[in-house]
Design a protein around this ligand. Structure first.
Ligand code: MEV
Length: 334
């Protein structure tokens, strides 16, 4: 063992362009945000592995793992037990690959973001847990290595996931992602004045990815064209981002939203806050992430406050965010 207690903080992620299409190999642009998940991993007495999770609204969850059996007491929220399973899988993948005895480990998860709203909290938990536990057992991993472990965690827990969320949460900044081909950081000398809103979620990302696949299987030609168009939007957006061309970015966001609606991944409440944001002066607004409720982003230079009020009036919650340039950040207390 190296340190006795390590904390890792990993940012949440908003998707500027390309969610869902990225699952089919099309490019996407995502941005790490300055709010995320903090995971503390420490040695504790006894030979159980205990995971506690707590966030702003929910009291917490404690899961005790002894050998292969998991006992959990979930307080209030099934979402938290899901988060704990991402943490547990991250611990198992790291200890399976690099050694490390999971008995006598305590994990505490704290969130500055609503869990499961489409802001990549599961990716952030996977990344932060992997980074913290690797440091605890003295294994040096680059941010790219941590991103890969994070992606394996998501694949293990939810079956399908693109590498986008875990890469951006681990590395930080604004990234252009073309799975298997290219991951590059985009220069962001311009501010990206976004308002993030969210509503309750009806379906999980996994369920929505499955729905889109069913639609693809039924109408392959139609859906293939939609995916290609989303990819083309993302490529246009790279140029607009490099010039700080907000008007073009806004228009591209609106077209992207139309295509996400066509894929059936928005819903009434989410679309309502998107339309209200536009009405209040946002240059563009679209859902961000898996959809089915959950998060939206509005590009609102100079009218952030007005747009935030409109989103609230339409029944959404608002989070103020900025870009995070650092990605996962590890501190040890030994
Ligand atoms: C979820 O944040 C984004 C999706 O494209 C799924 C994925 O990329 O794994 C819907």
């Amino acid at each position: 063992m190296g340190a006795l207690k390590v904390t890792a903080t990993a940012p949440g992620v908003v998707k500027l362009f390309g969610e869902h299409a990225v699952v089919y190999g099309k490019p996407a642009i995502a941005m790490a945000i300055n709010k995320g998940i903090k995971v503390t991993v420490e040695e504790s007495r006894g030979n159980s592995l205990v995971i506690f999770a707590k966030d702003l609204e929910v009291k917490g969850v404690a899961i005790r793992v002894t050998g292969d059996s998991i006992e959990g007491s979930v307080i209030n929220d099934g979402q938290l037990s899901k988060l704990a399973s991402y943490a547990l899988t991250a611990l198992r993948i790291i200890s399976g690959k690099y050694g490390g005895d999971l008995r006598g480990i305590r994990v505490i998860i704290e969130s500055q973001l609503p869990i499961g709203a489409g802001l990549a909290t599961s990716a952030a938990v996977s990344v932060a847990t992997a980074a913290a536990y690797a440091r605890l057992i003295n294994v040096k991993l680059s941010k790219e290595d941590i991103a890969k472990v994070g992606h394996s965690v998501e694949l293990t827990v939810q079956g399908a996931a693109s590498p986008m969320d875990t890469a951006v949460s681990s590395i930080g900044g604004v990234m252009y992602i073309k799975p298997g081909v290219e991951f590059k950081r985009l220069s962001t000398s311009f501010k990206i004045p976004l308002v993030v809103g969210y509503v309750e979620r009806e379906l999980t990302t996994g369920e929505l990815v499955k729905r889109v696949k069913a639609l693809y299987d039924k109408y392959p030609k139609v859906i293939e064209d939609i995916m290609n168009s989303i990819g083309a939007i993302t490529d246009e957006a790279v140029t607009a981002l490099s010039k700080g061309d907000y008007v073009t970015l806004g228009e591209l966001m609106n077209i992207n939203q139309g295509l996400l609606e066509a894929l059936g991944v928005s819903n009434h409440r989410l679309s309502s806050i998107i339309y209200m944001a536009r009405k209040a002066g946002a240059l563009g607004a679209k859902l961000s992430g898996g959809g089915g409720g959950g998060a939206m982003i509005a590009l609102a230079p100079g009218v952030e406050d007005k747009v935030a009020v409109a989103v609230k009036l339409a029944g959404g919650e608002v989070i103020l965010i900025d870009v995070d340039h650092e990605g996962v950040h590890v501190e040890d207390y030994s």
